[in-house]
Write a protein that binds this ligand. Structure first.
Ligand code: 6PG
Length: 482
């Protein structure tokens, strides 16, 4: 009997996905560039299973049922192209290559198109949930050649996480790089969620002077509210974790955040598409700022250490903080969905936002109860342009407003940096202001560069130029917008 699917790349994610597929009754052929890895896997975790090894790409191809499905679980970038180049001559028309890495979606666009010319179908799929997700049920976000989906669907939906109603956290996202785009936005939102949590932690620790056990209890309580999520849950575990000397391990960890690039790509795409994705982008910058450790140490010395004590009833502050976190989280997701909407329009992907929320409901790093409410919001209005306008979310934003402003103002007053929570509030203030000061900005542009402006008392699309000083000419510059 031939294999149902081949997987290339036996690092931890690859191995765990294979074991997961095996658990669901699929026969998997496993290959790795270094042959010893195949042996180690077969004699180790794969021992006693139906998994078979392949020591060359030819052997892998020969051992697979047609149309062949070959999933690459290798490092994103050139390695993917190099495997594709080696595989293509060995494959038949109609065979399917799947890239399950964190690939930047323009690469997937390119690969789908290039392989289509050769009659090979290509799927670029986001896979989220880390090692454990891969082993027991990840969130899977596939996109690419739609012809390939019916062949891959049963396997992917079987191995994916399931919602509380037993729906698979995996569905077809859209053409080209849509799957990798949605995974990129997932990661951007992951950056935002993590940053918001860390801001709440710093407010509690430095502002309210709370102990780690106290903070752990707060996160445990928050996890029973609308904030219920994987990231809040692991935060309570982390805060309670003690090092060998009995002290909280988290305080011994160097405060410089790493990043592999997906959050940055999300911000770059937002800038390219003109979407105000402020919260995620602030979260990326917060990681960049954290990495300037030596400079920060020097600057603290230079400017003097801030006294950031927050006075007042601790319990009242904690509840205010919870509301500020929840409201900011709504803004983050609202912005992320705005970005997906724009990308969907620009690329003709026809994204189903309710389905995206469903795919993120389980298995992935940002999984949370909250995503069920997002799904409901898009069920009610599939064209919802701003998540915060949905009645459920609007209600939370309105009810949290007082507490949110209090936390934001206090953080500014005492000098606790909360870039994501405060920028989320600023975004909402801007988004809900019918008239912003951009009229003055347009006047400035016209003043110094004859860039023209539109008038409130004339139809849109009619451009005017004023000779503001009497010295400039009446000739206007072109009016294109980037
Ligand atoms: C997931 C994660 C994963 C990502 C890590 C690290 O969905 O399972 O998003 O894909 O690689 O979270 O990302 P950073 O190194 O950029 O923080």
């Amino acid at each position: 009997m031939k294999g149902d699917i081949g997987v290339i790349g036996l690092a931890v994610m690859g191995q765990n996905l294979i074991l997961n597929m095996n658990d669901h009754g699929y026969k998997v052929v496993a290959h790795n560039r270094t042959a010893e890895k195949v042996d180690e896997f077969l004699q180790g975790p794969a021992k006693g299973t139906n998994i078979v090894g392949a020591y060359s790409l030819q052997e892998l191809v020969d051992k697979l049922e047609s149309p062949r499905k070959i999933m690459l679980m290798v490092r994103a970038g050139d390695v993917v192209d190099s495997f594709i180049d080696k595989l293509v001559p060995l494959l038949d028309k109609g065979d399917i290559i799947i890239d399950g890495g964190n690939t930047n979606f323009p690469d997937t666009n390119r690969r789908v198109a290039a392989l289509k010319e050769k009659g090979i179908h290509f799927i670029g799929s986001g896979v989220s949930g880390g090692e454990e997700g891969a082993r027991f049920g990840p969130s899977i976000m596939p996109g690419g050649s739609p012809e390939a989906w019916p062949f891959v669907k049963p396997i992917f939906q079987a191995i994916s996480a399931k919602t509380e109603n037993d729906e698979p956290c995996c569905d077809w996202v859209g053409n080209d790089g849509a799957g990798h785009f949605v995974k990129m936005v997932h990661n951007g939102i992951e950056y935002g969620d993590m940053q918001l949590i860390t801001e709440a932690y710093q407010f509690m620790k430095d502002g309210l002077g709370m102990t780690h056990d106290e903070m752990q209890s707060v996160f445990i309580e928050w996890n029973k509210t609308e904030l219920n999520s994987y990231l809040v849950e692991i935060t309570s575990d982390i805060l309670g974790y003690k090092d060998t000397d009995g002290e909280p391990l988290v305080e011994k960890i160097l405060d410089t955040a790493g990043q592999k690039g997906t959050g940055k790509w999300t911000g770059i795409n937002a800038l390219d598409m003109g979407i105000p994705l402020t919260l995620i982008t602030e979260s990326v910058f917060a990681r960049c700022l954290s990495s300037l450790k030596d400079q920060r140490v020097e600057a603290e010395e230079l400017f003097g250490k801030k006294e950031s004590i927050v006075e007042g009833d601790k319990q009242v502050w904690i509840e205010a903080l919870r509301q500020a976190l929840l409201a900011s989280k709504i803004i983050s997701y609202a912005q992320g969905f705005m970005l997906m909407r724009e990308a969907s329009n620009e690329n003709g992907w026809d994204l189903n936002y309710g389905n995206v929320a469903l795919m993120w409901r389980g298995g992935c790093i940002i999984r949370s109860a909250f995503l069920s409410n997002i799904r409901d919001a898009y069920d009610i209005d599939p064209e919802l342009s701003f998540l915060g306008s949905d009645s459920y979310f609007k209600g939370i934003l309105e009810n949290s407003m007082f507490a949110w402003r209090k936390v934001a103002a206090k953080s500014m007053e005492v000098g606790i940096p909360m870039p994501s929570m405060t920028s989320a509030l600023t975004f909402l203030d801007g988004y809900t202001t019918a008239r912003l000061p951009a009229n003055l900005l347009q006047a400035q542009r016209d003043y110094f560069g004859a860039h023209t402006y539109e008038r409130v008392d004339k139809p849109k699309g009619e451009f005017f130029h004023t000779n503001w000083t009497g010295k400039g000419g009446d000739v206007s510059s072109t009016t294109y917008n980037s």
